[in-house]
Design a protein around this ligand. Structure first.
Ligand SMILES: NC(=O)c1ccc[n+]([C@@H]2O[C@H](COP(=O)([O-])OP(=O)(O)OC[C@H]3O[C@@H](n4cnc5c(N)ncnc54)[C@H](O)[C@@H]3O)[C@@H](O)[C@H]2O)c1
Length: 354
């Protein structure tokens, strides 16, 4: 692999993948394109520069910005408006134009230069109401999926790719699913190579966590820097559960996919920390207290937030069977890395995370 374009390359996932791939592919040309819309992405520019990654200030909504870069062998599509709440406060324009029209522009660029694509999608393609119909119970400080589930693709191990796709899922999830479908058509019609990763929660250092995206970094930051936190919805006790994937584990998978794109092309994988690397908010609090040494009070808000789900766990069975990949890092590893990063960069991060 001699040249790789990473769109959204100054964001959490894009910049982390760029820097990780630089170590694994020292002679490759790696280009990060980003419009710096996400607050805090600008903090990644010196890191990209220090790693010898080319930065292009560009916008996936503008096809000319992609043409400007010239051809590359591979594209990792990480640009996004990644909030599940996007569009609720006003216009859908930004989320649709970036997440869908932006993907079309990326696909066109890839078609013209013959680049293979690794597409970062989301577990949010699965409909909200259907996820809310999973059978679960309270198990200590968390919700746990029951062994018997009535929905296809669901089990105590989590959600597999056979989970039903009919129903509303947020504009974020819908634009990602539409993009997946278009990628499939480009693979079929134009013979480009591509893989889709439907990721659960990803976490690690350099994630600019906020209330509606990046909950692990937000939770850790509040424990280090202080500030308000609330358990929102589902009784307000912090029982809701997500699986969490360390960004380095994702990087290992993406590299494998780039190296085996011919064999894997057309695949859609659910990718996440899985049951073993999952936590409820209450469990996250315990880890944050232990690792940071700080205890903060957490408020309780019983009202469910629109679009929220009580539990999401990725079933990695398909991706593991196809690639041999499985996550290595635990929730404790992730929190340890994130808290150390915040402590070491507190002054720089305070305006964003504080
Ligand atoms: N972080 C997670 O937990 C998670 C989970 C599932 C899927 N994903 C997916 O991974 C990808 C990356 O997410 P992230 O967590 O790094 O988010 P992020 O917000 O940190 O990164 C996205 C980057 O895209 C940039 N961007 C936004 N609009 C753009 C545009 N029009 N043109 C160019 N750049 C633009 C932003 O400035 C930002 O730097 C997204 O596609 C997201 O849907 C992330």
């Amino acid at each position: 692999m001699k040249s790789i374009l990473i769109t959204g390359g100054a964001g959490f996932v894009g910049s982390s993948l760029a820097i990780d791939l630089r170590k694994r592919l020292p002679s490759a040309r790696i280009i990060a394109l980003d419009n710096l819309k996400r607050r805090g992405s600008e903090l990644n520019l010196p890191r990209l520069r220090a790693a010898g990654i080319e930065f292009v200030h560009g916008d996936v909504r503008n096809p000319g910005d992609l043409e400007f870069i010239g051809p590359a062998e591979a594209l990792i599509e990480c640009s996004a408006e990644p909030s599940v709440l996007a569009g609720r406060d006003g216009s859908p324009a930004y989320v649709v134009n970036t997440n869908l029209i932006g993907t079309v522009n990326c696909l066109e660029w890839a078609r013209r230069c013959g680049a293979g694509i690794v597409f970062l999608s989301t577990s949010r393609v699965y409909p909200i109401a259907t996820l809310n119909h999973l059978s679960y119970r309270i198990d200590g400080d968390r919700f746990a999926l029951d062994a018997v589930q009535s929905l296809p693709g669901a089990s105590a191990n989590g959600i597999g790719e056979a989970f039903p796709l009919d129903g509303p899922r947020s504009l974020y999830g819908a634009t990602k699913l539409c993009s997946e479908l278009l990628l499939q058509e480009y693979i079929d019609m134009y013979g480009i190579k591509g893989v889709v990763n439907r990721c659960g929660v990803i976490a690690g250092p350099w994630q600019m966590g906020k209330v509606d995206q990046g909950v692990v970094a937000l939770w850790a930051a509040r424990h280090v820097m202080g500030g308000a936190l609330s358990y929102i919805g589902y009784g307000g006790r912090g029982h809701q559960v997500r699986d969490v994937l360390h960004i380095h584990d994702l990087a290992a998978l993406v590299l494998h996919e780039l190296e085996h794109l011919d064999a894997l092309s057309g695949s859609t994988f659910n990718v996440g920390g899985g049951l073993e690397c999952s936590a409820s908010l209450a469990e996250l609090t315990v880890l944050c207290r232990e690792i940071s040494g700080n205890e903060i009070s957490i408020a309780s808000d019983h009202a469910n937030r629109p679009g929220d789900v009580p539990i999401y766990i990725t079933d990695n069975a398909t991706v593991t069977a196809a690639t041999g990949w499985r996550p290595r890092k635990s929730t404790r590893d992730i929190l340890t890395d994130v808290i150390r990063w915040i402590q070491e960069n507190a002054d720089t991060l305070r305006p964003i995370l504080g």
